[in-house]
Design a protein around this ligand. Structure first.
Ligand SMILES: [Mg+2]
Length: 196
């Protein structure tokens, strides 16, 4: 498969049925909104706690989580946090639905390329097996700002860390749907969002 058809096969942004289905189901399926942790900023993630809790691998969303939507320059504090996760021995990879190549700051951290798009459970499993080299989703954390896409990790048996979205210039539909899903999660699990 050439590069172009590979990109086409794994085109991951935009409105996909898996996202719509998950969005529609969320208000009625609170278990799919469960968070392991919720933090204000990506840098607030307590790395040592993750390790103490038996986490071995971590998948990182990029846009809205480690920097503004579609940024080409991530804040140094985010980069350092990601590098520290890897240094502390967590298997770490960036798993984004964006296909752009703009993660050169994250030296040594692989970017998931060949995987189904979030929120498909199969995509999370592919990312775990092929990029973290792990087999047990219970020992993997997805970190992201969006319950619809990143939160699909819960359906794959992973833990989910929700990061309050870094504001950017994402489109209205993305922002509105992400906010509604977030409100659902807060409605069902208010205790998880005590940082506010
Ligand atoms: Mg995001």
């Amino acid at each position: 498969m050439d590069e172009k058809s590979s990109r086409k096969k794994y085109s991951r942004e935009g409105l996909k049925w898996a996202k719509v289905a998950r969005f529609l189901a969320l208000p009625f399926r609170p278990s799919r909104l469960k968070v392991y942790l919720a933090v204000r900023r990506f840098e607030d993630i307590p790395i040592e706690k993750l390790i103490d809790d038996g986490v071995q691998g971590i998948l990182l969303d990029a846009d809205g989580t480690m920097g503004p939507h579609h940024t080409r320059l991530f804040p140094e504090s985010s980069v350092q946090t990601a590098l520290k996760m890897a240094e502390r021995g967590l298997k770490t990879a960036i798993y984004t639905n964006s296909s752009e190549d703009r993660f050169h700051q994250f030296q040594g951290i692989p970017v998931v390329g060949e995987a189904r798009p979030k929120p498909e459970a199969r995509g999370f499993r592919q990312a775990m097996k092929n990029y973290l080299r792990l087999d047990d989703p219970g020992k993997v954390c997805m970190v992201g700002d969006n319950f619809i896409t990143d939160g699909g990790a819960v359906d794959a048996g992973m833990r989910f860390i929700h990061v309050h979205p870094v504001s950017g210039n994402e489109n209205f539909f993305l922002r509105a749907s992400r906010y509604l899903a977030y409100r659902c999660a807060r409605f069902y699990f208010p205790e998880a969002f005590k940082y506010n």
